[in-house]
Design a protein around this ligand. Structure first.
Ligand code: GRF
Length: 194
């Protein structure tokens, strides 16, 4: 069974949801490590309480994205991690070649639209509403050197309703994320096993 790390910067909601899916046998993987980019990331304590090893690595402690990233992936290697799921992770990563194709992310929009630097959290939903889009959604993709750019693995669509606030849209998209990320991860693992 593949060993998973979750990289988080916030609530850890997606990570906890993936953990539950693993424990219920919907995703054939074993979560072992939670890596937080800040000691304030609320999800860290919850994931540790669930038995995961918790680590905090702060970007400001390193001189470059590359040095920071090396430390993040060294932590993964020390924990015997095979696959990384970014789950609300906000820091730029320089992907070491040995990790290419082994890092997944979830983005709260239908990439390639509404992605890239600065497009995170409520910024995304504000931009979608301001653009008058009829639909939005969530995207699970492989992570490469370019923000929100790697191969798309799965998407879920939700309508943008008349009068939607960015907050209302965020809640609808977040609900879709809870369904999408476990399914996309399970399908990715299944494809690798064949
Ligand atoms: C989600 O909307 C996800 O798409 C984005 O960051 C948010 C993380 O939420 N990458 P949480 O920390 O998992 O609650």
């Amino acid at each position: 069974m593949k060993r998973l790390a979750f990289f988080i910067s916030g609530t850890g909601g997606n990570a906890l949801n993936l953990l539950q899916a693993c424990r219920e046998g919907r995703v054939p993987a074993e979560p072992v490590l939670a890596l937080a980019s800040s000691p304030k990331a609320a999800g860290l304590a919850k994931l540790q309480a669930e038995g995961l090893e918790g680590r905090v690595l702060e970007r400001k402690a390193f001189g470059s994205d590359a040095a920071f990233s090396e430390a993040c992936f060294a932590a993964c290697e020390a924990a015997g991690v095979d696959l990384v799921c970014l789950a609300g992770w906000l820091k730029k990563l320089a992907i070491p070649p040995r990790w290419e194709g082994r890092i997944l992310n979830i983005h709260p929009a239908l990439l390639p639209k509404f992605g890239g630097p600065g497009m995170y959290g409520m910024h995304v939903h504000r931009a979608v509403v301001a653009a008058g889009e009829a639909e939005s959604g969530a995207t699970v993709h492989l992570v490469d050197e370019v923000y929100d750019h790697g191969r798309i693995l799965a998407q879920a669509r939700v309508p943008v309703l008349p009068g939607d606030t960015p907050e209302a849209l965020q809640q609808r998209v977040y609900g879709a994320e809870m369904d999408l990320y476990p399914k996309a991860l399970a399908a990715f693992l299944d494809a690798g096993a064949r």
